[in-house]
Design a protein around this ligand. Structure first.
Ligand SMILES: Cc1cc2nc3c(=O)[nH]c(=O)nc-3n(C[C@H](O)[C@H](O)[C@H](O)COP(=O)(O)O)c2cc1C
Length: 196
């Protein structure tokens, strides 16, 4: 359990990457983690498109937005820092048109499986879905839910406690590493009791 919590603590969002590929066996583990995720009524409406190789990744990259909380020159990965892999999470609407929770669980599994091998990730909700769907050749019943970017991080990221009234936005420290304030347990958890 301690190891799992350590993994959860350090599995942060990474937005700058080394330019070396994610090994095939790790990619397969990431995809297996997605395949094994829970699914409402076990309908399994999700499928995955793997985008790897410099040319393929670079075709998708311009249609992604990074680090909305930071000015672009700080948050946007520069040339030589781009991810080396994207996995597109696709909802097959003819199986289940409402599978947001399924997607979240699959994404959580994938990012953890990757980080277990030191591969960092960034969930990309802010992207041009229409353009990317076109590039990937998705059909009418295939809806792009999210892209997940992967690669070996070239920066660090750490969680710090978020004090009441403080800004929740993540920021960069003097070394250019990410700092991510998280609300404290006592600020987000209450215990229900009958007397309430
Ligand atoms: C649904 C969702 C969508 C996200 N979309 C983006 C995105 O488009 N671009 C980006 O740089 N980060 C994106 N992120 C990453 C969040 O900014 C990040 O999770 C948050 O700052 C907290 O950092 P942490 O993941 O290290 O806890 C997204 C995260 C989630 C859960």
């Amino acid at each position: 359990m301690e190891n799992l919590l350590e993994l959860l603590k350090t599995r942060r969002t990474y937005r700058r990457f080394e330019q070396r590929p994610v090994e095939r066996c790790i990619l397969e583990e990431i995809l297996e983690a997605a395949r094994l995720s829970s699914s409402a009524a076990n309908r399994q409406p999700l499928s995955y498109v793997v985008i790897q190789g410099r040319d393929e990744v670079e075709r998708i990259f311009p249609h992604t937005r990074w680090a909305g909380a930071l000015p672009p020159q700080k948050g946007q990965p520069k040339e030589g820092e781009h991810p080396v892999l994207f996995i597109a999470v696709v909802e097959n609407t003819d199986i289940n048109p409402d599978c947001d929770t399924d997607a979240g669980l699959a994404i959580g599994n994938m990012t953890l499986a990757a980080w277990n091998h030191g591969v960092g990730s960034c969930i990309i909700g802010a992207c041009d879905r229409a353009r990317i769907s076109e590039l990937l050749g998705l059909t009418e019943s295939q809806k792009l839910h999210t892209l997940v970017a992967f690669g070996y991080p070239s920066v660090k990221s750490k969680v710090v406690p978020l004090e009441k009234g403080e800004d929740f936005k993540y920021y960069l420290d003097d070394s250019g590493d990410y700092v991510v304030p998280k609300r404290k347990t006592e600020d987000v958890v209450t215990y229900y009791s009958q007397g309430q």
